[in-house]
Design a binder for this molecule. Structure first.
Ligand code: AHR
Length: 492
């Protein structure tokens, strides 16, 4: 028996719904085929967007979607993606598989996708190979409601009224694919480019600076020192890999050894330390906390599925990924006072996707189900919580068997999410939530072997079930959670 305590009297920050955000790039089959099939496709669609995918994403209440990259963003010239489709430029996608990019999905299509999803757009501008003028004009094109060359061009392309655009990033990974810059140089570039990212009318742009790669603390320090006062947020990127950081030695997505299950989860848990260390540096420069930390790329990164284009980053998704998502989202919840947004990479068919597609078929991955089970945390208030643990693992890696977070929503409903990473042992939780002894309880569990996953032939192998293995007696709730599981307990 393990005690799990939630203290409703100890409230933390509001969990920004944007911690449950997503990322989409012109990469492999993320946009094309994954979400956008074009109006003439036999696959059911509305204005070119797949109906099945949009419906599934609406169900997890995706709050914000980042686009067009990633590395692609710093080679993207937005004017190539507007106007009549027949005249849009065709280009090579040098970052991702060298395939032809026909620009049939551009600014108007992205805004239409966000409209259908009911989410906020987050656009990533080009610093690496773009000009200050190009970036400035893109923002003018999207948001200016008046007489100007860009507003006129937008109207000619069928969009009379400007869109609302809050989130805008000035470059992506400028320490790497976005120009191989040094932090001092990037920080100065940020100051210059961001100057011309204007606020038109009541559209106030939240400017996001390229942040560090993993534990590059020097990058955070320098960018904050030089450009911090011009930014609203700085973005950390961290991917979880089971083996090494080497590109050709990441390990398979399925059929992996038990030792790789443990290293993956250990590496996922490193997110906690990364957030704390980067926040500590940021707060030295910005004690008033004007600048948020966002994590706009995170998730697992394995070897691609055998037989698929190595540049497409297509990988399967198992219970191991569900646990990575559960641990990471619990970490984000617990840092709700410092982390304002996070975007899992990537939404469909790429890396730790929530949806996979094949032709007209679609499946929901175990990671999707975690986002669905956790959606009640969006905009809820963090509650102090604690769980009794013991270590599990192998001779090299030892980790606490349980990890949790809890929140209360505006109706007083408490959501507790718990991951049990043990591969052998179930655990009975004695759940103590003062004031909620007589609450109406519901429990849902996602479980399976570490390698369990959904396929197009068996798409429902892994899905959450209503859990009946709990007791509520004399005001005490006990829940038995199985090994390798994610559990959501709701107290109404
Ligand atoms: O998500 C895939 C790639 O990972 C992105 O394009 C880039 O920003 C990161 O290195």
């Amino acid at each position: 028996m393990a005690i799990l305590q939630v203290n409703p009297a100890k409230k933390g920050a509001v969990i920004n719904k944007n911690l449950y955000g997503h990322f989409s790039e012109h990469l492999g089959r993320c946009i094309y085929n994954g979400m956008f099939v074009g109006k003439d496709s036999p696959i059911p669609n509305v204005n070119g967007m797949r109906t099945d995918v949009v419906e599934a994403l609406r169900n997890i209440k995706i709050p914000v979607l980042r686009w067009p990259g990633g590395c692609f963003a710093d080679e993207y010239h937005w004017k190539d993606g507007i106007g009549p489709k027949e005249t849009r430029k065709r280009m090579v996608n040098t970052n991702w598989g060298g395939v032809v990019e026909d620009n049939s999905f551009g600014t108007h299509e992205f805004m239409e996708l966000c409209r259908q999803l009911g989410c906020e757009p987050y656009v990533n501008g080009n610093v690496g190979s773009g000009t200050v003028q190009e970036m400035s004009e893109w923002v003018e094109y999207m948001t200016f409601d008046g007489v100007s060359p860009m507003a006129e061009m937008r109207k000619q392309n069928g969009q009379e009224k400007p869109w609302k655009l809050k989130y805008f990033a000035v470059g992506n990974e400028n320490w790497g694919c976005g120009g191989n810059m040094r932090p001092e140089f990037y920080a100065d570039q940020f100051r210059r480019y961001a100057t011309y990212v204007r606020n038109y009318g009541d559209n106030k742009v939240y400017k996001i600076a390229c942040g560090p790669n993993v534990d590059d603390y020097e990058w955070t320090d320098k960018v904050m020192a030089i450009a911090g006062k011009f930014a609203d947020a700085i973005s950390l990127h961290y991917y979880t890999r089971p083996r090494s950081l080497a590109w050709d030695d990441k390990g398979p997505a399925t059929g992996f050894e038990e030792c790789e299950y443990w290293t993956t989860l250990r590496n996922a848990l490193w997110m906690n330390e990364l957030i704390e260390n980067h926040l500590a540096i940021m707060r030295r420069h910005d004690p008033e906390r004007h600048v948020d930390l966002i994590v706009d790329e995170w998730g697992t990164w394995y070897d691609v599925e055998p037989g698929t284009n190595p540049g497409f980053l297509y990988q399967q998704n198992t219970m191991r990924d569900a646990l990575v998502a559960a641990l990471t989202l619990n970490i984000f919840n617990r840092h709700a006072d410092g982390v304002a947004m996070a975007n899992i990479a990537q939404i469909v068919n790429v890396l730790q996707a929530v949806i996979l597609t094949e032709g007209e078929k679609m499946l929901l991955t175990p990671t999707y189900h975690v986002f669905e089970m956790y959606k009640g945390h969006q905009n809820a208030t963090l509650l102090e919580s604690w769980v009794e643990t013991h270590d599990v693992g192998d001779d090299k890696v030892q980790l606490p068997n349980l990890q949790q977070s809890a929140s209360v929503d505006e109706n007083g409903r408490i959501l507790v999410t718990v991951a049990n990473i043990s591969l052998k042992d179930s655990e009975t939780l004695a759940v103590s939530v003062p004031g909620k002894e007589q609450a109406k309880v519901s429990v849902r569990v996602l479980t399976g072997s570490m390698d369990a996953h959904n396929t197009f032939d068996a798409p429902e192998t892994v899905k959450p079930v209503d859990w009946t293995d709990y007791k509520q007696e004399n005001g005490v709730l006990t829940v038995t959670v199985p090994p390798c599981s994610v559990t959501a307990i709701t107290l109404d």
